[in-house]
Design a protein around this ligand. Structure first.
Ligand code: PW2
Ligand code: MN
Length: 242
């Protein structure tokens, strides 16, 4: 179909290119985060929302993992989301796959100007905060150079009203005298550096709150992190052998 619609494909690509070069890159370099509304448009946005709702109703979203806490603090009080991982090729996630290809294109258009070599990303994490007041305490996505350099979150929540529903994403940009409160609005795409520059929290949510997150890897940092992990496991095996 692409060869039948060169004009449309070209128009879409040049729109993504100007978004990348004129908005995303300057904002990431200056502030460290950026969001855009109406990323997919109503029709495609609703298709993604429909597929996420179906995953949720089919019970595919499970309690978000967290490293075992020694002090017995209940996980839900730290992180109350339910998640599943999709790569977009599963049946019923075609619209999610369309979203991922657009985000991939957008990020690849930024890469040269961000001074990063981004060649891979995580699978997509489909997350639901069930609206029982659960949120996610202040944290950094990648505090210890695990390779993740950019976090992209696509929000799916129609008629979200933070005064009533809470659920704000609050970013505390490192060293800046302000916080950024971002509403998880339908068809909004948020992009931010995954490292210590952007501690953030999900404030308690009182309505069902859907989001899809992908993390893009910086290839050097990722390779280094994998090497360290290999050494770590190799040493621990040595230590553990009888
Ligand atoms: C070991 O396995 C896992 C599996 C999934 C994991 C997911 C997160 C995570 C991180 N950040 C957020 C967030 O900041 N959301 C902001 C928003 O929704 O507006 C979030 O919802 C979830 C962290 C660690 C994980 C470890
Ligand atoms: Mn996070």
């Amino acid at each position: 179909a692409q060869d039948k619609m060169p004009f449309l494909q070209h128009a879409l690509d040049s729109q993504l290119e100007s978004l990348a070069l004129e908005q995303v890159v300057p904002a990431l370099l200056d502030r460290g985060f950026f969001y855009v509304d109406h990323f997919l448009g109503d029709i495609a946005g609703h298709m993604v929302l429909g597929q996420v709702k179906r995953m949720h109703s089919c019970g595919l979203l499970n309690d978000g993992q967290l490293a075992r806490r020694s002090d017995g603090v209940c996980r839900r009080s730290i992180r109350g989301d339910q998640i599943t991982w999709v790569n977009g090729t599963e049946r019923g996630s075609e619209a999610v796959n369309f979203l991922l290809t657009l985000i991939d294109k957008l990020i690849s258009l930024c890469v040269g100007r961000l001074g990063k070599s981004i060649r891979a990303r995580s699978k997509a994490m489909v997350a639901c905060y069930p609206g029982n007041g659960a949120g996610y305490v202040k944290h950094v996505d990648n505090p210890n150079a695990d390779g993740r350099c950019v976090t992209c979150i696509y929000y799916l929540n129609k008629n979200w009203n933070a005064k009533e529903h809470g659920g704000l994403l609050r970013i505390f940009p490192e060293g800046k005298p302000f916080v950024a409160d971002i509403e998880p609005l339908f068809d909004r795409l948020l992009i931010f550096w995954s490292d210590r520059r952007n501690p953030h929290e999900v404030q308690p949510s009182y309505a069902t709150r859907y989001a899809i997150t992908v993390w893009y890897f910086d290839s050097e940092e990722r390779a280094e992190a994998k090497r360290k992990f290999r050494d770590l496991t190799a040493n621990s095996q040595e230590g553990s052998s009888p």
